[in-house]
Design a protein around this ligand. Structure first.
Ligand SMILES: Cc1cc2nc3c(=O)[nH]c(=O)nc-3n(C[C@H](O)[C@H](O)[C@H](O)COP(=O)(O)OP(=O)(O)OC[C@H]3O[C@@H](n4cnc5c(N)ncnc54)[C@H](O)[C@@H]3O)c2cc1C
Length: 387
């Protein structure tokens, strides 16, 4: 590596870190992006790849729309696995129908294309849905999906090939980060040091290497999610982001709808809700169907207690509910895994600034693939006072 001084060092190459680094490189900065693993293997590659601004609370909605534009713009130049198949929320009872009507009203106000579809329109568009489950749908045609197992690697390839001043260093755990003589400095596990005008730490759910005491007292909670993937099922017709009744009862955009406060929970959903289960489907490009997810929580000091195993009982609950929604055999499972993401009890993201040189940006929760790119772009503009 020719020089050890950069305009910006970013720690962590998940979606948040990578888009911070890319946004800075686009502005002509010399950037070092440091990743502790040989390639990113955490939340950014373990998710659905659903880019769904429609599910976000209002302040994150705009960042989700901006992220969609960023993804689409890059896709014009370089294949990063974007597919333009939209998102649909399938309502299964009167209360969920009421909520999708209310969200449609909100989205009309924002001039964001939202289309109510009758049951027969839904069944025509997504023939693998169960007629008995689907009452009505709310469709967002502008929404996209990406392939989580490909997207970040493709973005990194795009960034390193397009920007000669973009340096990506893998197998590079950063074990110290400090300010010395008005310059930000990092130390890696191999005792290399690098300096920059600023360091942005996008550490995802890694809270032991840098600033452990700060994170312990931060109010961050880590969520463990369980996911399933079927064998390739090319005959299944379920394109786009498919979100269902429990999602309508969970996503924050619906919380802002008037009737959310009076929502009651039907008996058959009580056990599912207890495990934070809502059912989403996403057909991958190989024809397999990703099904999830569940949520269990632990504070940062207790995060190891979440364990590494996938709980069979939770998978069973998810499969039973999934089978109510679709007409193909959901038990043709090829793999299952756990994913973890940090979130904050009250904030949409956690931001710590140290001497205006070190900027920690993590705990974006379950919206990083949707709003992360737009957030990172705005964050770079703000931190470097760019217009
Ligand atoms: C199962 C699951 C499903 C999800 N589905 C969706 C979805 O459909 N849509 C959506 O919008 N969001 C979804 N999310 C949320 C989304 O995946 C996360 O919000 C996002 O990936 C977080 O990105 P990140 O960059 O903050 O963290 P991460 O992806 O965890 O990346 C952090 C990176 O930093 C590196 N790192 C940490 N510390 C250091 C260090 N000291 N030195 C060097 N490197 C370091 C790590 O190795 C890691 O690669 C889902 C999450 C999960 C788990």
């Amino acid at each position: 590596m020719a020089s050890k001084h950069f305009d910006l060092i970013v720690v962590g190459s998940g979606v948040l870190g990578t888009f911070h680094a890319l946004s800075a490189a686009k502005k002509g900065m010399r950037v070092l992006l440091a990743e502790k693993d040989s390639y990113p293997i955490n939340a950014t590659v373990r998710n659905f790849g659903q880019v769904v601004p429609s599910g976000m609370p209002s302040q994150w909605f705009d960042l989700g729309v901006r992220s969609t534009t960023i993804y689409n713009e890059i896709q014009q130049e370089f294949d990063i696995s974007v597919r333009n198949n939209g998102s649909v929320y399938i309502a299964s009872d009167d209360q969920e129908q009421q909520l999708i009507h209310e969200l449609k009203y909100v989205m009309d106000g924002r001039k964001y294309d939202a289309q109510l579809l009758t049951r027969s329109q839904c069944l025509k568009k997504w023939p693998s849905l169960n007629e008995t489950y689907c009452k009505e749908g709310l469709f967002f045609p502008a929404e996209i999906s990406v392939e989580p197992e490909q997207m970040i690697y493709k973005i990194l390839k795009y960034a390193t090939s397009k920007f000669s001043e973009f340096t990506y260093k893998t197998s590079c755990p950063v074990i110290d980060c400090s300010v010395e003589n008005t310059v930000a400095k990092i130390v890696t596990s191999t005792r290399e040091t690098f300096t920059a005008e600023k360091v942005i730490v996008c550490n995802g759910g890694e809270f032991k290497l840098l600033f452990p005491d700060l994170f312990k007292a931060s109010g961050i909670v880590v969520s463990k999610l369980q996911m399933l993937r079927t064998l390739p099922l090319p005959e299944v017709k379920l394109e786009g982001n498919i979100l269902t009744g429990l999602t309508i009862r969970r996503y924050e955009s619906f919380e802002e709808c008037p009737s959310f406060a009076t929502l009651s929970l039907p008996e058959h959903l009580i056990e599912l809700k207890k495990w934070g289960i809502h059912i989403l489907f996403k057909k991958a490009t190989d024809g397999s169907i990703i099904i999830g997810d569940s949520h269990e929580y632990a504070d940062v000091p207790k995060l190891d207690d979440l364990g590494f195993a996938t709980n069979h009982y939770i998978n069973e609950l998810m499969l039973q509910e999934a089978q109510r929604i679709v007409d193909f055999d959901v038990r043709q499972i090829a793999s299952s895994w756990s994913g973890f993401y940090p979130q904050h009890k009250t904030k949409g993201i956690v931001e710590f600034d140290i001497e205006d040189k070190i900027h920690i940006r993590t705990a974006i929760g379950g919206k990083g693939m949707t709003s992360g790119a737009g957030y990172a772009e705005a964050s770079i503009a703000k931190l470097f006072a760019l217009s």
